[in-house]
Structures are given as structure tokens and as C-alpha cells.
Design a protein around this ligand. Structure first.
Ligand code: UT7
Length: 368
């Protein structure tokens, strides 16, 4: 029997309601709308409210993706969540999402490949499906980078935004879905984009707080140079691995970091900008969430349709970069209708039940 294909059958996004414009930023640091728009293309970004976190945005995006796919959370085998702004060092944010959506039989883990993380998750999810070890996989990119940005550093605070996006991936014998992917890294450039504090190298202390080591540190020019070099290369490599070229691609969905980086990649590929998805003007750089958020909006705008081929390509801290080639599918037909209201109720009651069970088990264990 030939291995199954890994199709993307559901998608969803969730962004905070709070909008921070360039003019708002100009009141906080020495910058202005003209500089930010001309150097980055960004006009505004979303900032998480006090009650929103990486897990809560992820859970909301996931429930929407499950609704589109018509898949119940209890049918998920695996949750892969990519983030650079996790809820905690551990447990994994994926496990918190598992609880919040009631994915009772799913394994869950986080991936850390910075802004390239969602491309890594696409490849991991599709390999799990193609190997036969999973049939229904949820992949998520979610960030609340506003919590690790130094709001006094104009080099970084103008760039980032909060948000989440999710895909449901499912096994099917029908050809299509994820056709190829390339993943790359170069740790020698790790210091170009990092949050150096709070890990084993610089454990949290008064000194790390004083030195600002818990904030994002970035060498913008070097990252820019690296990005313009690798985006076109990764796209070409993933296409060449299945004997395809840019003429076969209906839409390019790049990581939404900077309009100039995206334009340089399109130029390097000799590919027209009107076939490149760009929405960074409204969300800024949402890191690993930028590709799924851009995909959801491309679908809403009718720019990506079943049967189309698309390349999703990203670069980021690590350094990491990569690309995935996907023949777009859409929901598989399912008999059972998944109601979002019922799913939310189910998730809440499962979570309460699990907590109660642990307390009861703890009580008897103590008294044995
Ligand atoms: O997902 C990956 C995340 N990281 C990235 O994508 C970053 C990639 N890099 C970039 O996007 C760009 O390097 C930036 C947008 C960060 C900066 O643009 P740039 O064209 O590379 O500017 P620059 O760093 O070369 O700075 C040019 C000037 C400097 O002034 P001087 O030294 O020429 O007097 C900066 O101090 O612009 C100044 N500057 C600003 N001015 C107004 C830097 N940030 C700002 C600002 N507002 N926000």
C-alpha cells in the first residue's frame, strides 16, 4: 500500500482587537510613520490584551481551523505548536492548547524555529501523516511577541505584532497536499536575533533584568542581508526536489517580515508581486504566525483555491529558513457536522473533568 498524502483541510486565525498604529509608536519612541512604512511596509500591528496569551490565541485559531475541516478535537492525533513567545519555558504551550480545545487523544509538543517555525511544523505534520503514525494533525503558529519586545528600542518594537494561525492536516489517498519541503539552519548566526536571558546560559537574575536580556535583541541589517539571500534559494530548492518551477505556482506566501525583503525574494525568483501574498501592512511581523494568517486571508480573498500550488517560505532566528510546496486541497467530506459551540462546551467539560480526576486520584494516593 502506498503511503497517504498529507492534505491541509482546515485553517483559522486569531488576532487581538487592539491596534497599535505607527503614529501611536511615534509617541513612544523616536520614529515616524514615513520611516516605518518606507523601510518595512508596516502600518499597524495587533497587540494582545491582558487576558490574551500565546495559548489562548492559538486555541481560538485552532477551533476555527477544526470547524473548517469539520474535525472534532477528540479526533486529533497530534498537536504541533510553533512559537518563540511560549506561555512558559515548560510545559509546552501545545499541551495548554490540547487542554483548552479538548484534544483528548493527541500528543502535543512545541517547535522552536523562530519565524520559520510554521514551515518546520508543516513538514513535521506531513511526515507524521505520510509515515502512517498520525491521521489528523493540528499545526499552529502563535505569538505574543509584544511581551518580549523592548518598547524603548525603536530597532525592534516597530516590527512585531501578536496573532495566531492554525492548519488541520489530514491523511488521504487522494494525491496532493504537502508535496515537498526544505528546512535549513545556521547556528553561527544565532546571536543576530535572540532573547538571551532566562535560559541555562543566562538564568534570570537581577543582572539579566538590568541588562535587558529578556527582550528581543536583533542586528537588523545582518538579518536583512541573510533574509534576502535565502528566501529565493529555499523556494527554488523545494520546487526542484519535485521537478517543478515558479511557472507551476499560483501564489507565493512568504513570511511577513518586511516588504523590501519580500520584494527582493520575488525579484530573485523573477516572480510577479501580484502573485505574492502580502498583509504585513496590517499585522506587522507576527513571526511564526505570519504564514498561516496570510494563508487564511488569501483564502478569504479567493487568491488561493483547491488545486492551486503554493510555496510558503520563511526565515528567522536560529538562524533558520525553509520552504514548503503545497497543492491546496480544502476540507475532506465528513458525515458528522462539528458544531463550534458544542466543541467549546466539550473542551471546557473535558478540562474540568481532567482536573477533578487528578484531585480525586491525588486524595486516594495520599491516603493509601
Ligand atoms: O522575522 C525576522 C525578524 N527580523 C527582521 O525581519 C529584520 C530584518 N531587518 C529589517 O527589516 C531592517 O533592517 C530594519 C527595518 C530593522 C531596519 O531598516 P534598515 O533600512 O536596515 O535601517 P538601519 O538599521 O540601517 O538604520 C538606518 C537608520 C539608522 O540611523 P543612522 O545610523 O543612519 O543615523 C537608524 O538609527 O535609521 C535609524 N532607525 C530608525 N529611524 C526611525 C532605526 N530604526 C528606526 C526607527 N525610526 N524605528
Amino acid at each position: 500500500m502506498s503511503p497517504p498524502f498529507a492534505h491541509i483541510t482546515g485553517w483559522g486565525m486569531s488576532v487581538p482587537e487592539n491596534i497599535l498604529t505607527n503614529d501611536d509608536l511615534a509617541k513612544m519612541v523616536e520614529t515616524n510613520d514615513e520611516w516605518i512604512v518606507s523601510r518595512t511596509g508596516i502600518r499597524e500591528r495587533r497587540i494582545a490584551g491582558a487576558d490574551q496569551t500565546t495559548a489562548s490565541l492559538a486555541a481560538e485559531a485552532s477551533l476555527r481551523a477544526l470547524e473548517v475541516a469539520n474535525v472534532h478535537p477528540s479526533d486529533l492525533d497530534m498537536i504541533i505548536l510553533s512559537t518563540s513567545s511560549p506561555e512558559y519555558i515548560f510545559p509546552a504551550t501545545a499541551c495548554l492548547v490540547q487542554d483548552q480545545i479538548g484534544a483528548v487523544k493527541a500528543g502535543a509538543f512545541d517547535v522552536l524555529a523562530a519565524c520559520t517555525g510554521f514551515v518546520y511544523a508543516i513538514n513535521l505534520g506531513s511526515q507524521a501523516i505520510k509515515s502512517g503514525s498520525a491521521s489528523n494533525v493540528l499545526i499552529i503558529g502563535s505569538e505574543t511577541l509584544s511581551r518580549v519586545v523592548n518598547w524603548k528600542d525603536r530597532n525592534t518594537c516597530i516590527l512585531f505584532g501578536d496573532g495566531a494561525g492554525a492548519f488541520v492536516m489530514q491523511a488521504s489517498d487522494e494525491p496532493g497536499g504537502v508535496l515537498s519541503a526544505v528546512l535549513r539552519s545556521d547556528g553561527s548566526g544565532g546571536d543576530l536575533l535572540s532573547v538571551p536571558g532566562g535560559g541555562s546560559a543566562n538564568p534570570a537574575s537581577m543582572q539579566t533584568l538590568y541588562d535587558g536580556l529578556h527582550y528581543i535583541q536583533m542586528n537588523g541589517r545582518e538579518v536583512f542581508r541573510f533574509a534576502t539571500r535565502v528566501m529565493a534559494d529555499a523556494t527554488q530548492q523545494t520546487l526542484e526536489s519535485v521537478n517543478m518551477d515558479m511557472d507551476d505556482i499560483q501564489l507565493l506566501i512568504p513570511h511577513q517580515a518586511n516588504q523590501r525583503i519580500i520584494e527582493a525574494a520575488a525579484r530573485g525568483l523573477n516572480y510577479p508581486m501580484d502573485k505574492v501574498m502580502v498583509n504585513l501592512d496590517r499585522y506587522g511581523n507576527t513571526s511564526t504566525a505570519s504564514i498561516p494568517i496570510a494563508t487564511v486571508e488569501a483564502l478569504e480573498q479567493g487568491r488561493l483555491n483547491p488545486g492551486d500550488n503554493t510555496v510558503m517560505v520563511a526565515f528567522g532566528g536560529g538562524l533558520t529558513w525553509g520552504a514548503a510546496l503545497i497543492q491546496w486541497s480544502g476540507p475532506l467530506s465528513y458525515e458528522r457536522k462539528v458544531s463550534p459551540r458544542r466543541v467549546r462546551l466539550f473542551a471546557r467539560s473535558r478540562s474540568i473533568f481532567s482536573r477533578l480526576r487528578r484531585r480525586v486520584e491525588g486524595f486516594f494516593w495520599r491516603n493509601e
